[in-house]
Design a protein around this ligand. Structure first.
Ligand code: TZP
Ligand code: MG
Length: 229
């Protein structure tokens, strides 16, 4: 489980990147309980969770806090990291395992100063320059994308394929990298081959007929080649 003292911090974070579910209330089909969906997804093999409460109809204030706490409890029960997207005060309030920020947010060093030295800090990067800067600022992992077209983020940048992943690895950057954007079990292989440590998804799990089955398939698609043989 995350936080096992026998595992190095970086190894634990890298391992958590493998099947990284991102979700907020607006990603969950009507009539479904987000906590139940998360439980199903973890049962299928999700290794990390990010609470991303964004877009039209997103919860705010007490309702957002209450949902964060419910989902955090599920993550704790199953020993996977609970990461908060963007909202540093929420992350601090609930003592989240980490925070994920974009390029429009404070630099990783400023974020870490607020959330504490032990917390995981993830940063979205779209260019080699942004990636290097985030790592220099102390980011623990980078989110790279969008790899493929996505229907889950209206203001997403143009899809870039696996090029940046390949470029960063070729440049000798060994930091944990997680890919994002339009990823599904059937298109994850080239991402892993390009050097990603895993995939982060919204719709491939939240809109799947079975979150558990979708997570299971993503776990299979992101297995190390050595483990498959
Ligand atoms: N950032 C870049 S693409 C994206 C985010 C949050 C959305 C990913 O969602 P999906 O459904 O996995 O394409
Ligand atoms: Mg942001």
């Amino acid at each position: 489980a995350y936080g096992d003292p026998r595992e190095s911090r970086e190894a634990a974070i890298r391992r958590a990147m493998r099947v990284y579910l991102i979700m907020g209330s607006t990603n969950v089909p009507a009539g479904m309980d987000p906590a139940e969906l998360l439980r199903e997804a973890i049962a299928g093999g999700v290794t990390c969770f990010q609470f991303r409460e964004k877009g039209g109809g997103a919860l705010a204030g007490e309702a957002k806090l209450a949902l964060a706490k419910r989902l955090q409890a599920v993550c704790r029960e199953h020993g996977i990291p609970f990461i908060v997207n963007d909202d540093i005060s929420l992350a601090v309030t609930v003592k989240a395992d980490g925070i994920h920020v974009g390029q429009d947010d404070d630099p990783a060093a400023a974020i870490r100063a607020r959330i504490g030295p032990g917390a995981i800090v993830g940063v979205s990067a779209h260019t080699p320059g942004e990636a290097r800067q985030a790592l220099a600022d102390g980011a623990d992992y980078l989110g790279i994308g969008p790899i493929y077209p996505t229907g889950s983020k209206p203001d997403a940048k143009a899809p870039q394929g696996t090029r940046l992943l390949e470029e960063l690895r070729a440049a000798g950057i060994g930091a944990p990298l997680v890919a994002i954007g339009g990823i599904a079990p059937d298109n994850a292989a080239p991402i892993m081959a390009a050097g990603a440590d895993g995939v982060s998804v919204i719709s491939a799990i939240t809109l799947a007929p079975s979150a558990r089955e979708a997570a299971l398939q993503l776990a299979g698609a992101t297995a190390e080649p050595q483990q498959q043989r």
